[in-house]
Design a protein around this ligand. Structure first.
Ligand code: DC
Length: 223
């Protein structure tokens, strides 16, 4: 039997740059497990807010993090985070979480608590019989999987990104979150060396997916 390789695709980029739709479509096309790490940071932020933690008082964050139990539920091809036994719902896209998430995500303590969890999704993908993992975020190609088989960096014009969020019915300050995410000391949002940059401003999701697929498909052919 020819052996089919297991691949890891890292997709990084700013808020509303097209990462999630692209990663989801790739996961369907190539039978990959999809991990949206922005939703992981959002889920933890939502729980920390619920517990009254504040990013300005690190001891409250450390306290709340020490009691957190993280798990994974695989739904279709999506690896969803469980916080203390529950997959969080729409609250992770609320205005409160949109406003707080970049502040919490800047804390090294919080990033450290998610590091091993995120790397562990590769094993979850193998155990689940997937052909690989497609993980999206801000530091996937630089910190989480610097040796990923493929690394992409999606960019788009800020005005277009604001319009995308409005079309999704969300109130989000994408430029402000990008400013915070790019200027933090711990694992800032930046284009990893050697990542393939794609400007999605004038492209449809299908066009972005086709470009990435053209590079990935030859690697997934049975050897
Ligand atoms: O992808 P998103 O917009 O849902 O991400 C929400 C926030 O989570 C983002 O503003 C910064 C943080 N984040 C991060 O710091 N590192 C990641 N790998 C993913 C998200």
């Amino acid at each position: 039997m020819p052996e089919t390789p297991f691949i890891i695709i890292a997709i990084d980029g700013g808020a509303a740059s097209g990462k999630s739709s692209t990663a989801r479509a790739l996961s369907e096309r190539f039978n990959l497990l999809h991990a949206d790490t922005g939703s992981y940071y959002r889920a933890v932020t939502s729980e920390l807010l619920r517990q009254g933690a504040s990013p300005g008082r690190t001891e409250t964050v450390k306290d709340a993090l020490s009691g957190l139990r993280l798990g994974t539920r695989i739904q279709g091809r999506s690896a969803q985070i469980e916080v203390s036994g529950r997959v969080p719902g729409d609250e992770i896209r609320s205005r409160e979480v949109n406003e707080a998430v970049s502040h919490f995500a800047a804390l090294p303590e919080l990033r450290a608590s998610l590091l091993a969890y995120q790397r562990g999704q590769a094993q979850a993908a193998r155990d689940g019989g997937f052909a690989g993992l497609v993980m999206e975020g801000r530091d996937i190609g630089s910190v989480i999987f610097p040796d990923a088989d493929f690394r992409f960096f999606l960019q788009a014009d800020p005005a277009e990104r604001e319009r995308r969020r409005v079309r999704q019915g969300q109130q989000d300050q994408v430029a402000e979150r990008d400013r915070l995410d790019s200027s933090r000391k711990a694992s800032p949002l930046a284009r990893p060396e050697n990542a393939v940059a794609i400007d999605t401003t004038a492209l449809t999701i299908q066009e972005v997916v086709d470009r990435i697929s053209a590079l990935v498909a030859p690697r997934l052919a049975p050897r």
